[in-house]
Write a protein that binds this ligand. Structure first.
Ligand SMILES: [Zn+2]
Length: 54
């Protein structure tokens, strides 16, 4: 597990798996909308953002 962005804490939860390529090399992004029950993740492998239930 790599810390690509020091502002994103990726060490406290299991990494989300990218639905596009299946990679777990993802990071959690900060949600900007009202969807508080979901978290936005960003795949470092295929560079696609995706939502995951958190
Ligand atoms: Zn991916």
């Amino acid at each position: 597990m790599r810390r690509l962005d020091p502002s994103v804490d990726v060490g406290d939860t299991d990494p989300a798996v990218c639905p596009y390529c299946g990679s777990d090399d993802t990071r959690r992004d900060h949600p900007k909308g009202p969807s508080l029950c979901r978290s936005i993740h960003y795949c470092n492998a295929c560079e696609e953002p995706f939502e995951a239930m958190a």
